[in-house]
Write a protein that binds this ligand. Structure first.
Ligand code: ZN
Length: 292
């Protein structure tokens, strides 16, 4: 089941969640009005809510996908965790040793943006780069969960572009600033439930810039896989429904290409993961009116 957050293009009510089926979306607000209409609350409602959504697919009213705008499936994840140096070819191109422990950082949840929304070249720096990644979404509170049990705590999977401002990333030993600029967390186009993905560690991942293939790998190459990461995180802290983990990027990032290839306004970045879908984001200069 593809769980999406959408807003109608033509004035048919507020942003809400639905289930994508073919080229239509089943409107859960109409089909199952007792369910939470926001994704984190929906995931918190657990297996019962997921079951009710599944039933609604057969009977609920449908809207053509062409008539809606897909938003980030989770607008403001409770946590947006990410993993550095988690594919051997990316470790090698970085000139580093294979890490003994996962390299963990946070993206601020305010960086989340939609699967087709613009990504800003910030006013503060032009050194903008892409990182195509598999993301997983937590479905249940998880603390001290072993890797053998971890699958039960993952609601589903999504596509992430871990957009990075490289000079800000490497100014300091921790990467939070360079990983967290507004609009630098495109996710989507939906969360595909774990039952439909099968083995999450057998998925082809590709990143294109203006149609040119820049990254191509498979999630079987992950050094620390999704289940290992659930165990690792939950050793220290509680994972909660709606938390997103970006699992790391393979080789082929722009900054380490020879010569380096930096994103600029007018570029379009597409990240595709087999069995999940794709996100495609245009790059624009940060507009003048982003101050609040
Ligand atoms: Zn990354």
């Amino acid at each position: 089941m593809k769980l999406a957050t959408f807003s109608p293009i033509k004035g048919q009510g507020p942003t809400r969640i639905g289930v994508v089926d073919g080229d239509e979306i089943v409107d859960l607000a109409a089909a199952a009005p007792d369910l939470p209409q926001e994704m984190v609350a929906f995931l918190e409602a657990g297996a019962g809510a997921v079951g009710a959504a599944r039933e609604a697919v057969g009977t609920g009213p449908r809207i053509p996908l062409a008539d809606v705008r897909l938003e980030a499936p989770i607008a403001r994840p409770p946590k947006f965790l990410a993993v550095g140096l988690n594919y051997a070819d990316h470790v090698a191109e970085s000139g580093l040793e294979t890490p003994e422990h996962p390299t963990i950082f946070n993206k601020q949840s305010t960086c989340v943006t939609g699967p087709n929304d613009p990504v800003h070249v910030p006013k503060a720096s032009h050194v903008l780069d892409y990182e195509g990644e598999l993301g997983f979404v937590i479905g249940r509170h998880a603390r001290h969960v072993s890797r053998d049990d971890a699958a039960d705590y993952i609601a589903g999977y999504t596509v992430v572009n871990d957009v990075t401002v490289r000079d800000w990333q490497f100014r300091t030993p921790t990467w939070t600033m360079g990983k967290s600029f507004d609009t630098h967390g495109p996710i989507g186009p939906w969360i595909i439930t774990a039952d439909e993905v099968g083995d999450p560690h057998q998925l082809r991942l590709r990143t294109f810039v203006n149609g040119d293939l820049r990254q191509e790998s498979n999630t079987k190459e992950l050094i620390f896989n999704c289940f290992h990461l659930v165990e690792y995180f939950s050793t220290a802290f509680t994972l909660e429904p709606g938390d997103i983990v970006a699992t790391g990027t393979p080789g082929g990032v722009g900054i380490l290409s020879k010569p380096p290839k930096i994103l600029k306004a007018g570029d379009v970045v597409r990240v595709q993961i087999e069995g999940i879908g794709e996100i495609e984001n245009p790059i624009i200069d940060e507009p003048g009116d982003t101050a609040r």
